[in-house]
Design a binder for this molecule. Sequence first.
Ligand SMILES: [Zn+2]
Length: 563
Amino acid sequence: MTSAVYDRYPRYEELTEWLDEFAEQFPDLVRKTSIGQSYEGRDIWLLTVTNHQIGDPAEKPALWIDGNIHASEVTASVAIVHLVDTLTAGYGSDERITRALDTRTFYLVPRVNPDGAELSLAELPSFVRGSVHPWPYTEQQAGLVPADIDKDGRILQMRVEDPNGAWKPYAHDPRLMVARDLDEDGDGPYYRILAEGTIHDYDGVRIPTAPYRAGIDPNRQFPFQWERKVEGPWDAGEYPGSEPEVGALLKAITDRKNICTYFAYHTFSGVHIRAYSDRADEALPADDLWTFQALGDIATELTGYPAISGYHDFRYHPKSVIKGVGTDWAYDHLGVYAWTTEFWNALQAAGLDDSHPLEWYRTHPIDEELQLLAWVDDNVPGGYVDWYEYDHPQLGRVELGGWHSELVFRNPPAHLLEAEVEPHTALALRLALSSPQLRHRDTIVDRLGDDTWRIRVVVENAGWMTTSVTQRAIDAAYVRPMIGRITLPDGASLATGSPRLDLGQLAGRALKQNAVRAFGGASDGTPDRTVAEWVVRGSAGTTCSIEIVHDRAGVVRTEVELA
Ligand SMILES: [Zn+2]
């Protein structure tokens, strides 16, 4: 038993201890390495989880999951710990887990952004989205900077009485603030709502929102449609991968040619988002779109989260799309099925089943807010804080309170954490087993003459996905064809042809979703199967070594006797 638990969000030191325990207690299953250091010099841990006693991890089809690239999205780390915990506990007793670890590899990076997570989980938290790297300016710019000014461990809101404020207390529950009517100009009181914090370079009149000092969104740092300026207050940094955390990810991922499926774990919204974020589904090859949709159906069935397109269904603003995103890069450049899982949706938890995970925050009926508040009162202690007076050093008397957004919206409350992440472990296991898998089917040796032999090695793709994983991988020239090689001992030679054969790709079963045939002549064929064939000269009893290698689908090695 390791000391991993699901009743809290571990800080870096505790998380590292848990990962060490997995590696120490399950040395045949878990190896822990560092893929690089964060801006502040913390190691970014990678767990390679597979049966290390059977085969090279790099020669098994792999599932990659990274999490917590955004500072406060710490559910992601816990979800990955839960997966490791389940895999190690179930090996040898659970058939599916045992098969997955014998035949597949899991590459897991629980905390891409340890610096940001440390700040987010500190006793006196501060808000950062990415790492702590000051960018694009080293000095703090003028304006309101969110901070825990009363040192109570939370960054709430400040309401300041103001005759020109946009908000007023809601008559039926004065804790809630609601919009002033469009023609309303009474005695109020009306309020301005500001983030809890202090005003840098305050001129005594204006309170602009300061740009974030650490202004990089690391999930806009990937080399796909990268642009320096991205939506909202964020910036994409100096160049793609210039942040050490993203650079380390890019290197670690591209070093592992066996990755077939990519997940980036984030919070929040309760959705699985697939490529693309910046273009319509028509841009995808049809086979890839259909496979994405089939995978999405499984994801929704197992987790309850809708599987959606970033472009069509998940926009922060109707007129903008997001660029430089990890999953878009993984699909477009590597040609792997790539998903962003956004854990947790407080609105769903509160029973607001039809709410859009982004649009709701812009506008919603007050009844729905009351429903959310009632759920928060029952389930998230301190999730909504009634307003209390505070003597602000710059603004005088203000009140602190309102939504404790980190507690309510950004991650599930601790008592719901395990239930939230558990279904995603099942999904990761299923998708790991959906990858292509090269398998030896048959060896046929025919004697053509005294010392002339035809060797035919039949291999098949036993997996669900095609060996290339996607059509995109072929179009992008990222995935190589399967290669067959024969090695002959002294005294034997090839009668014709090359020892190295280009064997192309093998189909899987992903596109076989029902057996209805409207045209009688349709048949499956054998696109999942191929033959590596050599004609060899050698005396009877000679043994030849054959290796059939695919970067993604694995390796078949066999010895063939001329007999
Ligand atoms: Zn995120």
